[in-house]
Design a protein around this ligand. Structure first.
Ligand code: 0O2
Length: 212
């Protein structure tokens, strides 16, 4: 321990997560109203628990005084999309934003992980206004489809249950399930236009009803 007040340390990360959640949720609402379709289905966010930050710092050999730059996902935002194609649409809009700076990207969709994990990660620098002035914090934005999120949520809880040492057969079945989830995404993509048109029709008719 280096004498830091770790609760105070997490404050700007909490603020970054709250602000980014509001911004992406608002964007979703605005797109639904303007274009009757949003590539963002829903948004979640969390700040890593300080015990998990320490565990990760230990695992990655990051010294305590380098945590702010060495651990990139203390602030985490997750954006769920309906279709794989929507992920690049959202990623492109994030690249163009003026309120954050893209640091780098990790494409775990093309280069999926050994576990079967798929998602598109963007590490960004986000400025927050604190009582002591402007502070730039790193945040990780994970973009995934609903199917990828379904798989990752189940796999995460199984890993938690088995404390990171999943039995071989469970691991294999999870890999197969990841493939099946991706097949589902591919299948959904092939009928995307029909689904999008149907949703537009539904949104437009409910907009008309709500204006009456
Ligand atoms: P939590 O509870 O989600 O916050 P690392 O992969 O951790 O050694 P790196 O480079 O920081 O190192 O991480 P990476 O690969 O960019 O991704 C870290 C986060 O991605 C994880 O956060 C998960 O949210 C997600 N992730 C990465 N790989 C997997 C996986 O195989 N399964 C699942 N379910 N999620 C994964 P944390 O810190 O694990 O936890």
């Amino acid at each position: 321990m280096d004498g830091r007040d770790w609760n105070l340390f997490l404050f700007p990360y909490e603020q970054a997560v709250e602000e980014l959640k509001v911004k992406f949720k608002t964007l979703r609402g605005e797109l639904k109203t303007r274009e009757a379709y949003s590539p963002i289905e829903f948004v979640t966010g969390r700040v890593k628990k300080i015990s998990s930050v320490f565990e990760k710092a230990k695992r990655l050999n990051v010294p305590m005084d380098r945590i702010e730059t060495g651990i990139e996902d203390i602030a985490g935002i997750r954006i769920m999309c309906q279709f794989v194609e929507d992920i690049q649409t959202v990623a492109e809009s994030i690249r163009k934003r003026k309120d954050l700076l893209l640091v780098y990207e990790k494409d775990y969709i093309t280069n999926y992980k050994e576990s079967g994990y798929r998602s598109f990660h963007m590490i960004v620098e986000y400025p927050v206004q604190t009582a002591l002035g402007l502070k730039r914090v790193l945040a990780e934005i994970q973009l995934r489809t609903l199917a990828m999120n379904f798989w990752a949520t189940i796999e995460h809880s199984l890993n938690y249950k088995y404390k990171e040492s999943l039995p071989e057969d469970v691991r294999d079945r999870l890999k197969k399930a990841a493939e099946a989830a991706f097949q589902l995404d591919t299948e959904m993509s092939s009928i995307r236009q029909e689904i999008v048109d149907a949703q537009r029709g539904f949104e437009e008719s409910s907009n008309v009803v709500s204006k009456v």
